[in-house]
Write a protein that binds this ligand. Structure first.
Ligand SMILES: Nc1ncnc2c1ncn2[C@@H]1O[C@H](COP(=O)(O)OP(=O)(O)O)[C@@H](O)[C@H]1O
Ligand SMILES: [Mg+2]
Length: 287
């Protein structure tokens, strides 16, 4: 295998138990993501999606197992080496994490901070080529005319597009997105997901994005990785999958109550069969 074939994210038997937690947040998670792949992490709240994404960016340390990203042993990195890795990985969040009182343009510019020294105050403290790059990214996400508006005056969908432009300032190789559309209405959600997809294709970006909406996951990812209670319960290419199949998969991934009902149903059938058999035996004995 040549270097270019090596996965850009390579997770092996990852376990994570938060201090004081009774149950592990992740156990036995293995996952390899190749350059240019667009992967959806699908799972209910609490299934471990954020924890998994945060390990890729070195925001959490594993309890066991290994995490490699862009050829680096992530948990072993400290200081400058860790900042360098994070500079190569963009991260967008459910709550956008913009600085509300700052302008849209300043927010986008902060995406370049990982590559620069010292704090920056105001648009004019950034070199001209970065200001031009920031404006170009804003244009790409369709918000050029909003550049000098306060970030907190934008709609949710627009704020998430600003966050995408900010991530692009890093010229990332990997984009991690943690439920990027969970706070948005369906129409803005589709727009934001489509935008991420287009930009990923244009730039050959590798994307790992957590979602809990089946329809979005199906139409959007190349591959769905399902998590339940910290374990990978599904890893499948979306090509050729029907909605029904995914709903069934999602049922397996997510709706634990449905699963429990199925199991309870099966158990009660077994119990009925046993009871019937016992009744038959007693009847036979009494003959
Ligand atoms: N910082 C933390 N400290 C303790 N427990 C945590 C922490 N973060 C997450 N957890 C727990 O780990 C599990 C997985 O959480 P998380 O990764 O946030 O799932 P998801 O993103 O799929 O909702 C949950 O049981 C959650 O309560
Ligand atoms: Mg989460």
């Amino acid at each position: 295998m040549t270097a270019s074939d090596a996965p850009v994210v390579e997770i092996d038997d990852l376990g994570k138990t938060y201090p004081g937690a009774a149950d592990p947040a992740l156990s036995g998670v293995s996952l390899a993501v190749h350059r240019g792949e667009v992967v959806v992490l699908l799972g209910l709240s609490g299934s471990g999606k954020s924890t998994l994404l945060r390990h890729i960016d070195g925001l959490e340390l594993p309890s066991s197992g290994t995490v490699r990203a862009l050829g680096e042993d992530v948990p072993a990195l400290r200081g400058r080496a860790l900042r360098t890795l994070r500079g190569r990985i963009g991260f967008i969040f459910q709550q956008f994490e913009l600085v509300g009182p700052l302008t849209v343009l300043e927010n986008v510019l902060t995406g370049s901070l990982a590559r620069m020294r010292g704090p920056r105050v105001g648009v004019w403290s950034y070199p001209r080529e970065l200001r031009l790059a920031a404006l170009a990214h804003l244009d790409r996400v369709g918000l050029l005319e909003r550049a000098y508006q306060r970030a907190d005056t934008l709609s949710g969908g627009q704020q998430q597009r600003v966050a995408i432009a900010r991530a692009l300032m890093q010229d990332p190789e990997i984009l991690l997105a943690d439920e990027p559309v969970a706070s948005l209405d369906p129409e803005s959600s589709s727009q934001v997901m489509a935008l991420i997809r287009e930009i990923a294709a244009e730039r050959g970006l590798t994307v790992v994005c957590s979602l809990h909406q089946v329809d979005l996951a199906l139409g959007w990812g190349d591959r769905i990785v399902g998590l339940r209670a910290g374990r990978v319960v599904l890893d499948i290419a979306t090509e050729g999958l029907s909605r029904d199949q995914v709903m069934e998969i999602y049922g397996r991934v997510a709706t634990t109550t449905t699963e429990l009902q199925v199991i309870e149903q099966e158990l009660s059938e077994v119990r009925d069969a046993i009871l019937a058999e016992e009744a038959q035996l007693t009847q036979d004995e009494n003959r």
